[in-house]
Design a protein around this ligand. Structure first.
Ligand SMILES: Cc1cc2nc3c(=O)[nH]c(=O)nc-3n(C[C@H](O)[C@H](O)[C@H](O)COP(=O)(O)OP(=O)(O)OC[C@H]3O[C@@H](n4cnc5c(N)ncnc54)[C@H](O)[C@@H]3O)c2cc1C
Length: 284
């Protein structure tokens, strides 16, 4: 096995350009599972974990830019958590402390699992990925980046450099259901993000279709019903309709983690619970 430990993004891009078949390694929490199963070639490895640029983040002009190498532990730190609370909540639910120390945002996106916990949040927020290669840079919307179950839009030689998303004013929630409380892959996940300035409630759902998506009809409905001036509580009828609309927007499958019926039911419950919490947190 040949391993190159890159010290800069430019160096990493040059290495990948010279040998596009090189396996990119970040925290290794997905990759090493695949390697141990013999499903991932490790003949030639490019380690990104020492590239400081990938661990940086900036906040400016109502946008936050997160380096792809930021770990879950760092996402859950107060400086980032106060800006994108739903992402921090998602980060706190991932794996164990060891996995959260090693696993990165970029790795979660490149793996593109329907159960990837950061993805519903990023979908709800219309995040954009910055991709870099030795031949240039490009930006791809999260919904165009995740192209199917565990497939993405990365081209040969490209590295995810960072992820940019708007900073929204208002409470946020991320909730997931698993077969136990900790160290568990999502059976269903949901992010609810309030945008007080745009008067919009944004909903991202995961594990209920091949690709996480926004429940746009449910968003339209609840954004009109929400009391943006007084933030008074919503009626049970409105909350239940929202919950049903989110559930109806999903196309889950039966698998070893849960049945399609269970997933539909559970995502409705998560929608209801998230909405109730957002209403309670937004009360002045
Ligand atoms: C015990 C355990 C529990 C887990 N629990 C959860 C969970 O609760 N929720 C969840 O969502 N996930 C979970 N995971 C999966 C995993 O931790 C995450 O998907 C993690 O974010 C992967 O990031 P990484 O840095 O470890 O990526 P790696 O394993 O290093 O890489 C994963 C893939 O991404 C590519 N890649 C990594 N970084 C980049 C980059 N910057 N540019 C281009 N390609 C890149 C690699 O080439 C590889 O294909 C768990 C894993 C384990 C082992």
């Amino acid at each position: 096995m040949g391993v190159i430990i890159a010290k800069s993004l430019n160096e990493a891009c040059v290495v990948l350009a010279e040998n596009p078949a090189t396996t990119v390694l970040a925290g290794g929490t997905d990759l090493m599972v695949q390697a141990n199963r013999g499903m991932q070639s490790m003949d030639s490895v490019l380690d990104l974990s020492r590239i400081l640029e990938l661990k940086e983040w900036t906040l400016k002009d109502s946008e936050i830019v997160l380096g792809a190498g930021i770990s879950y532990t760092d996402l859950a730190e107060p400086q980032i958590a106060t800006v994108v609370p739903a992402l921090a909540q998602a980060a706190r639910t991932v794996g164990s402390p060891q996995i959260r120390n090693a696993g990165t945002l970029g790795g979660n996106l490149a793996t593109a699992s329907p159960a990837g916990d950061t993805i519903p949040v990023l979908v709800a927020m219309d995040a954009v990925l910055q991709l870099k290669s030795s031949s240039g840079n490009r930006e791809v919307a999260i919904t165009d980046f995740i192209t199917g179950v565990k497939s993405n839009a990365l081209q040969a030689g490209e590295i995810i450099q960072s992820i940019t998303m708007p900073v929204f004013q208002g409470p946020q929630e991320f909730l997931k259901v698993g077969t136990r409380n900790a160290m568990v892959i999502s059976v269903v996940s949901l992010a609810l993000v309030t945008d007080y300035l745009g008067r919009k409630l944004r909903v991202g759902v995961g594990s209920v279709s091949p690709v996480p998506f926004r429940a746009t009809e449910a968003e339209e409905f609840i954004s009109q019903e929400f009391d943006w001036e007084k933030n008074s509580s919503l009626s049970e009828k409105v909350i239940n309709k929202f919950s049903d609309m989110v559930a109806d927007s999903t196309k889950p499958i039966d698998d070893h983690r849960g049945t399609a019926d269970y997933r539909k039911h559970a995502v409705g419950i998560l929608a209801k619970r998230a909405l109730e919490r957002v209403c309670a947190n937004g009360e002045s």
